[in-house]
Design a binder for this molecule. Structure first.
Ligand code: SAM
Length: 243
């Protein structure tokens, strides 16, 4: 049982989220993540997701989410709220010896091209100001960051605010459940449904162009994260301005 434990969020990430533990945990979700890679690859190949500037919002300590998109964007910006996660990514950018080994993920999506990689710290719970992006990947972040549906909806609007008109967001998030464990620490996960997520994107001025439901990786992972499903969405920001 997990409901007797306090679920952590917000500033708890700074001292209670263990990036390496999270990366080890992610290896157990390889099959679920491979479906994310396949869908991202498909979205890029179909021309749905491409442009100059790509933001990965709340990427955590890993770089794997954007591998398939690297050839379709010329500048990639990593971001995460938690300093230790950004440090883990910096090790990889700087090619340091103690960087995490992503080879299993690269085998799947192949051929990462050198891009202008930088890191930054936008927080979807606050107004975000930065140059707008052509594409944003927001994976398993809003459910972690948002305490309730109202903040989820305003976070989707914050995501929209830094996307160019006509720009595209890839949203990957859990449906159902309310926690995720990293080692002994149990983190909050907002309980959502597909309808809630779709409505939030609709309210923020997006049009859905592709969406897929993906399984939760099996019952033996439920003690780690009680997601019922994962949802992959490709949504385009409306109000396209024509020159
Ligand atoms: C479950 S992890 C997901 C990491 C990664 N995107 C993935 O798919 O594996 C949740 C991430 O959300 C980040 N996060 C938590 N609160 C946040 C906030 N207010 N703004 C941005 N990121 C936040 C955490 O630092 C953490 O890296």
């Amino acid at each position: 049982m997990t409901d007797c434990k306090v679920s952590l969020l917000g500033a708890d990430y700074h001292d209670k989220f263990d990036p390496r533990m999270y990366l080890q945990l992610k290896e157990r979700y390889l099959e679920v993540d491979m479906e994310f890679h396949r869908q991202l690859h498909y979205s890029c190949k179909q021309g749905m997701f491409k442009g100059e500037r790509l933001l990965e919002l709340g990427e955590g300590p890993g770089i794997s989410r954007l591998i398939a998109a690297t050839t379709y964007f010329s500048e990639i910006v990593f971001s995460d709220y938690t300093a230790s996660c950004r440090e883990e990514v910096r090790k990889w950018i700087e090619n340091r010896e103690d960087a995490y080994d992503w080879s299993r993920h690269f085998k799947f999506v192949a051929d990462l091209k050198g891009n202008g990689l930088v890191t930054m710290i936008p927080d979807p719970l606050e107004p975000i100001t930065c140059d707008p992006f052509d594409g944003i990947i927001v994976a398993s972040c809003l459910e972690a960051a948002c305490p309730d549906i109202a903040s989820f909806e305003s976070s989707v609007k914050a995501v929209s605010s830094i996307l160019k008109p006509g720009g595209v967001v890839i949203h990957w998030g859990r449906l159902g459940g309310n926690f995720c464990k990293v080692g002994d620490a149990q983190f909050h996960a907002l309980t959502t449904t597909e309808e809630i997520v779709r409505e939030a994107y609709k309210q923020a001025g997006f049009t859905m162009i592709h969406s897929v439901n993906v399984g939760n990786g099996g019952d033996d992972l439920q003690h780690l994260a009680d997601a019922k499903n994962y949802l992959f969405i490709v949504a385009r920001k409306q109000n396209v301005t024509h020159d």
